[in-house]
Design a protein around this ligand. Structure first.
Ligand code: FES
Length: 393
């Protein structure tokens, strides 16, 4: 695969190395700031080898802890929740406060003669601290208590992100079915990233599904370990964008800034920022050949009526007759390549590539100098991280 061996996409050994040396040592996406809006709200996330939760304290401060009881390691909190007053382990009811301090143990006097004589919170059994920070309305955790500053990590790519203000937007699914988009894909997480940052395929695989953007005018490059990408709207779509846009347009966005900002933040979170939507694209490695993609989408905070009105206008816009969503192949819409859905097309391409990796005849024939340069660069960043830490440990 140029910079990486095929094994890096198929073997459990590589998967384990990445979990240890990349996902356990970088800032990991955990959710959106509104997920933990009030005291006692929490969210948990797997960050490489570590399960971590973020909780908002009574002082309105966000804190992150390893999700592991100090008695015998049982997971303390599952998924997301609201309004916890304290954190009680389900196994033997050891209880911690929202600052991670151990505050009660049932039958302490009778059953723990060897526990220190001080107050419980001074016995060295408080929760292990991790780090939490916010970048562009997104929550990130880092397994280390004294993690590198988040802006040291993301700062270089920030100037290339869209002018969107995610904190002012709302998740539009809440208006629809209340669910995030999730999809388990039968491909290694790196195949999915490589597809996301591959400019070459846009005008080909998506010739009839993403042609509201001007691929020939795409600007893209690398900022630290992160990738940035922007392409403007095609003139035909721009001319009628007020009607044709499927969702209400971002306010405060001048026409010359409209387009698709599609950065990839190393290692596994993409953002797609468009003229009418802002999405996170979280690729979570499950196994060497399996990845869970979770997409959360936000749009302008407008009334249901305005939202529906825009959708209706878009449906009847003549623009879509020329640049609308058609499948790559003719056929039934259940065929991803005939679905007219760019996401289905990408999933199809990724899964087909993963299958080919098991063939002894597989090789990469050649790479496009511009359109695929990012793929090669991404592979070298993965390699650097794995080797840097493997050699140091
Ligand atoms: Fe948590 Fe025992 S493992 S109280």
């Amino acid at each position: 695969m140029h910079e990486l061996p095929v094994d890096a996409y198929t073997s459990q050994e590589w998967f384990n190395l990445e979990q240890e040396h990349i996902f356990s040592k970088t800032w990991q996406f955990a959710g959106l700031v509104e997920d933990v809006a009030n005291a006692g709200d929490y969210i948990s996330v797997q960050a490489g080898l570590n399960n971590i939760f973020i909780v908002k304290g009574k002082d309105n401060r966000l804190r992150a802890f390893h999700n592991m009881c100090r008695h015998r390691g049982t997971q303390l909190l599952r998924a997301v929740g609201k309004g916890k007053k304290a954190i009680t382990c389900p196994y033997h009811d050891w209880t911690y406060n929202l600052e991670g301090k151990l505050v009660s143990i049932p039958k302490k006097e009778e059953e723990f003669p060897d526990l220190c004589n001080k107050e419980l919170h001074d016995c060295g059994l408080n929760l292990h601290e991790a780090s939490v920070d916010i970048f562009k309305g997104m929550l990130f955790v880092h397994p280390e208590k004294d993690a590198p500053n988040i802006m040291e990590f993301f700062g270089e790519v920030e100037p290339y992100l869209g002018p969107h203000i995610p904190e002012e937007l709302i998740e539009y699914q809440e208006k629809k079915d209340g669910a995030f988009y999730t999809k388990e894909i039968n491909a290694n997480w790196k195949i999915i990233v490589e597809n996301y940052i591959d400019q070459y395929h846009l005008a080909h695989l998506h010739e009839d599904t993403l042609n509201m953007y001007d691929h020939a005018k795409a600007e893209f490059g690398w900022a630290g370990p992160h990738y940035y990408f922007f392409e403007p709207l095609v003139p035909e779509y721009l001319a009628d964008v007020k009607n044709a846009s499927p969702y209400p347009l971002m306010d405060k966005m001048p026409e010359d800034k409209m387009g698709a900002y599609v950065p990839w933040l190393f290692p596994n979170i993409g953002i797609t920022e468009s003229e009418s939507a802002w999405n996170t694209f979280h690729a979570i490695p499950l196994a060497p050949d399996r990845t869970l993609v979770v997409i959360r989408s936000k749009t302008m905070n407008v009334s249901e009526w305005e939202y529906t009105k825009q959708y209706t206008k878009s449906m009847s816009s003549k623009v879509w007759q020329n640049i609308g969503n058609k499948g790559k192949y003719e056929g039934d819409a259940s065929d991803p390549m005939a679905s007219g859905n760019f996401m289905e097309e990408d999933v199809y391409a990724c899964e087909q590539q993963q299958k080919s990796l098991s063939s002894p005849l597989f090789s990469v024939g050649a790479q496009a100098k511009n359109g695929e340069f990012a793929v090669r660069k991404f592979q070298s960043v993965v390699k650097e991280w794995v080797e840097k830490y493997r050699d140091n440990d």
